[in-house]
Design a protein around this ligand. Structure first.
Ligand code: ATP
Ligand code: MG
Length: 222
């Protein structure tokens, strides 16, 4: 499934100041492509991913994900597209503190209508895939930042969504674990046709992606 942005812009207003976070960006990601959005802190990566995921709306331009236009659609429609087609790994991983690692991964599957046992089995497999074997019953408060990050990644992988949006997923990981994760993403794209949009300032990611888009001050640079 493809993702495309055409002439998308987004400003933030802080008092008298206007910050142009995304400045006339057009980007087309082919079905099954692994695209890397590479740029420094503050360059607009998270804002762009939030627009692609339908979490935020652009001020202008059009956005289409999995064949559905998100431009001008209601919050509910955008959330529905996300639920059905898009796995999201957030920069802050938003785990639910009162649930175990495995439950955090399994819950979105149950929300999509899968049975409890099946969801828990898939959650265990996803935790294993990100190197967290044996931590199924651990609560977020008792895990390291990198381990929590990996639970967030497992949660996005378990749903087997056709589009995966990942915001700096390796920020808290050592280089071996990062490499393992990028390899996992490469395999999702190659073997399962998952469309991946990864935002990062980790130079290692560029070796794994099909296309690298450089973002500088809210604009794509050639
Ligand atoms: N809610 C907000 N209100 C005001 N300004 C914002 C808001 N969110 C982001 N910005 C500003 O927009 C610009 C882009 O921010 P964004 O979070 O998209 O950058 P980023 O590339 O993801 O950075 P990082 O690598 O540090 O996560 C920055 O100048 C930031 O300060
Ligand atoms: Mg960011």
């Amino acid at each position: 499934m493809t993702a495309r942005l055409d002439h998308v812009s987004k400003d933030f207003r802080l008092g008298d100041e206007t910050i142009t976070a995304v400045d006339d960006i057009s980007m087309h990601v082919r079905a099954g492509e692994f695209a890397c959005l590479y740029g420094a802190s503050g360059s607009g990566k998270t804002t762009l991913l939030h627009i692609l995921a339908g979490i935020e709306q652009a001020d202008s331009g059009t956005v289409e994900v999995a064949g559905v236009s998100l431009s001008g659609e209601s919050e509910r429609t955008r959330a529905d597209v996300r639920l059905r087609h898009v796995g999201v790994i957030f920069q802050s991983n938003n785990l639910l503190p009162e649930f175990s690692a495995r439950e955090n991964v399994a819950l979105p599957l149950m929300v999509r209508g899968r049975g409890r046992d099946e969801s828990m089995t898939e959650a265990s497999a996803a935790l294993e895939a990100v190197g967290l074997t044996g931590l199924d019953d651990r609560f977020p408060a008792h895990m390291s930042g990198g381990q929590r990050q990996r639970v967030g990644i497992a949660r996005a992988l378990a749903g087997k969504q056709q589009v995966l949006i990942a915001d700096e997923p390796t920020g808290a990981l050592d280089s071996d674990t990062s490499k393992h994760l990028f390899t996992l993403m490469r395999d999702l794209s190659d073997a399962h046709g998952v469309t991946i949009i990864l935002a990062t300032h980790d130079p290692l990611a560029r070796d794994f992606a099909d296309v690298v888009h450089h973002i500088v001050d809210g604009r794509l640079s050639p």
